[in-house]
Design a binder for this molecule. Structure first.
Ligand code: ATP
Ligand code: MG
Length: 433
């Protein structure tokens, strides 16, 4: 915890100087101060000030009304980077979801409405004077997430804090203070009041910010949070959460496919057919259509496998798995399956298993880019079938599906002649499937 790390960047110092020159107290607050004490570099410095939003808008040339009603004005620096400046405020009314805030508070009152002691430290941008009325530095040193004030009351005011506490603990490898933990557990049955958008955002932040999220996910479970918000995860095997530790973190700079993979993996259980309402569960959790579709496909393909996977998996079976997940998502499926192998292994995965896994993946890749796997890949189409007498309507689709099964068993059958011959054979007499 060295002092120089506390020094905010020049743009922040400049904004604070302008505010103070106009007679308004200004302090750096929130996550950046916490991170600075932890020695973590951060870009997002938030400023709290006695100035009202209209004062801030008057004092700076370029501003953005980020959330004026709540006291937040964005100030653009010379490089066009936005910095949030928020008026000191205190909550006058809370309902577990929203707060009515009033301006005209002191710095101490503003810090008192913040959620955790580690998030309630203020630093003066130039004097580097620290205001830490709730012992945030001591809790940083003790590696502890603790509510500011009475935990039960604070959790009642805003139910999201239960999720935030668990996220911060996971992100920094901190413990949760026992009274705060008790309050989280008491909060759990009331979390249904939260908007699912905010819940999804929290989950995404966990996937981005926490290197190994399994501990965090287990805490959600122990705290009763999944039971209320995502019952499907309350009973997930521990290996499924541990598998996510083995999937690369998207980081804060994007990598949406990595984030999607971690989010999908929450619902993928190899060897176990996914619940029929999985898509509904994901939609309720505000997964996007793309995320939900990918997760359902991955869960279906992984679920159809016999697990643990036999490296000598037959070609027909392998082709069906690849067909099910799709060529483009095959690498994602492989990553998730491998993560499950790693999660189920005590220590490093033995070389022999690594080699077997790689060989299997190579076979799957070859199949993916060489063999016919979809109805679109068949050497005949619906028109061809109607021409040889298959009645228009459902029969066409059913026949194509039957032909695809035959081709998945043996890709050599994918010729016009062979398929038309097969098409005229009664279903059921196709031979072994
Ligand atoms: P991150 O690095 O995830 O952004 P952060 O601490 O900056 O962490 P923000 O959500 O950006 O978190 O919030 C900024 C600050 O606002 C917090 O540090 C905290 O002081 C306060 N805060 C945010 N959300 C709440 C809340 N739900 N209840 C009370 N205070 C909050
Ligand atoms: Mg922040």
């Amino acid at each position: 915890m060295t002092q120089p790390r506390l020094r905010p960047p020049p743009a922040i110092q400049g904004i604070c100087r302008t505010l103070e020159a106009a007679g308004f107290e200004a302090w750096c607050v929130g996550g950046a101060v916490r991170d600075a004490f932890l020695g973590i570099a951060t870009l997002d410095w938030d400023i709290a000030t006695a100035a009202r939003p209209e004062d801030v808008q008057r004092l700076f040339r370029r501003t953005v009304p980020v959330g004026v009603r709540f006291g937040t004005v964005g100030v653009l620096d010379r490089d066009g980077v936005l910095h949030e400046v928020t008026t000191f405020r205190h909550d006058v009314e809370t309902d577990g979801r929203h707060a009515v805030v009033r301006f005209g508070a002191s710095l101490e009152e503003d810090l008192a409405r913040r959620d955790f002691t580690i998030n309630a430290i203020a630093v003066h941008a130039e004097r580097l004077e620290v205001r830490d009325p709730f012992g945030g530095r001591a809790d940083l040193a003790a590696r502890l997430v603790r509510c500011v004030g009475d935990p039960r009351e604070r959790m009642r005011e805003d139910r999201l804090r239960a999720l935030r506490a668990i996220r911060f603990a996971g992100r920094f490898g901190f413990a949760i203070d026992p009274a705060t933990w008790e309050a989280i557990r008491e909060s759990a049955p009331h979390l249904g009041r939260l908007s699912m958008e905010r819940v999804k955002q929290e989950l995404e932040k966990v996937m981005e910010q926490v290197a190994s999220p399994s501990g965090t996910l287990e805490r959600y479970r122990e705290g009763g949070i999944f039971a209320t918000l995502v019952p499907a995860l309350a009973t997930a095997p521990a290996t499924r959460f541990r598998a996510i530790d083995h999937l690369a973190r998207p980081g804060l700079t994007g990598r949406p496919h990595r984030r999607a993979l971690r989010l999908a993996a929450l619902f993928v259980e190899p060897g176990q057919v996914p619940p029929r309402d999985l898509e509904r569960t994901l939609k309720a959790l505000k997964y996007s259509n793309v995320e939900a579709r990918a997760a359902v496909a991955l869960a279906g393909a992984a679920g159809a496998l016999s697990w643990p996977l036999d490296p000598a998996l037959g070609e027909g079976m392998l082709r069906r798995v690849v067909a099910r997940v799709g060529r483009l998502d095959l690498p994602s499926l492989a990553r998730i399956l491998w993560a499950h192998v790693a999660a189920a292994t005590d220590g490093p995965v033995p070389d022999s298993a690594r080699r077997a896994g790689r060989a299997l993946y190579r076979r799957a890749l070859r199949i993916a880019w060489r063999d016919p796997l979809t109805i679109g890949d068949l050497a005949v189409d619906g028109d061809d079938l109607r021409r040889v007498g298959v009645p228009a309507g459902r029969a066409v689709g059913e026949t194509l599906a039957r032909l695809l099964e035959a081709v998945l068993d043996d890709p050599a059958r994918n010729t016009r002649e062979a398929l038309l011959a097969l098409a005229s054979v009664e279903p059921g007499s196709l031979g072994p499937r």
